[in-house]
Design a protein around this ligand. Structure first.
Ligand code: ADP
Ligand code: MG
Length: 266
């Protein structure tokens, strides 16, 4: 697979097993700058594991992962964040004592904080103020402004997902990986989430989104990559999914009826 100069993420022949369970077999795909790629596949096909490998939460057994041409597959997770990849989790858990705004601020990577304020370093104080302003803006964009002072653990599952996205965006990432962002999110909030993600993409952010909701995928994704039992079986536009034989096979075990796929993935 050729990586062009516009290739932001390049995954090449990545393999990962847990004991005797070969979860990722020979996974290769590229993400170009500016794309919004949907990462699809039946439950257990390896989507979250792939995100974990890209972000350094799991070590790969083989293959390589590059960001802007630089190998990252042996870097620890915090270095990968520093290189510009942020992520959310499929099942976010939140600290019980911290408020929503405090959790957002804790995800900020800038050099600032209480010490800076106490010592009175003007540059650091300004960084602190900027981080606060950014947290407030993101909470507002993702409809969490009203709950900013509640304990983060008191949020609904869907709101925790949104707060996870706020945290991912606090560090100015170039690439954001979202693991099932709409699962548990109220339908009214989904529209706002779609708008927020498109806006971020318009500002130059590249996204990879694990998602099952076909409406969301059609609205948001520019391309889809489909995993089946640890192998990439398709890469196509969302509109071509329902007529892609290998996608049908992955979801329906080989029963060739695109209408059923539509229903399954609706
Ligand atoms: P998906 O996100 O596509 O639903 P996952 O990547 O979560 O799939 O899981 C793929 C397979 O890997 C499943 O069989 C799952 O049980 C296994 N798996 C994932 N994480 C671990 C782990 N930390 N230890 C052992 N098995 C795991
Ligand atoms: Mg998953």
């Amino acid at each position: 697979m050729n990586a062009s100069t516009d290739t932001l993420l390049s995954v090449l022949s990545v393999a990962k097993a847990f004991g005797g369970n070969q979860v990722l077999k020979d996974v290769s795909f590229n993400v170009q700058r500016g794309e919004i790629v949907g990462l699809l596949g039946p439950n257990g096909s390896g989507k979250s594991t792939l995100l974990n490998c890209i972000t350094g939460f799991e070590a790969v057994d083989g293959g390589s992962i590059s960001l802007s041409g630089q190998r990252i597959e042996r870097l620890p997770a915090h270095r990968i964040v520093q290189r510009g990849i942020a992520r959310t989790f499929q099942l976010p858990s939140m600290p019980t004592k911290m408020s929503v705004i405090e959790v957002a601020l804790a995800a900020s990577t800038g050099q600032h904080g209480v010490l800076a304020t106490l010592l009175g370093f003007p540059t650091l104080r300004r960084a602190e103020e900027e981080a606060r302003a950014k947290a407030e803006r993101l909470l507002d964009e993702l409809l969490l402004a009203k709950v900013r002072d509640l304990p983060a653990s008191a949020l609904s599952g869907g709101q925790k997902k949104l707060l996870g996205i706020v945290c991912a965006l606090m560090g100015e990432p170039e690439l954001v990986l979202l693991d099932e962002p709409t699962a548990g999110v109220h339908p009214n909030l989904r529209r706002d989430l779609v708008e927020a993600l498109k806006r971020l993409n318009g500002q130059g952010m590249t996204l990879v989104i694990v998602e099952h909701d076909m409406h969301f995928i059609r609205d948001v994704c520019t391309r889809c990559v489909v995993l089946d039992r640890g192998e990439i079986v398709a890469s196509c536009k969302p509109s071509k999914l329902a007529s892609n034989e290998r996608v049908i096979q992955a979801y329906l075990g080989g029963r060739h009826n695109p209408h059923e796929l539509e229903e399954h993935t609706r």
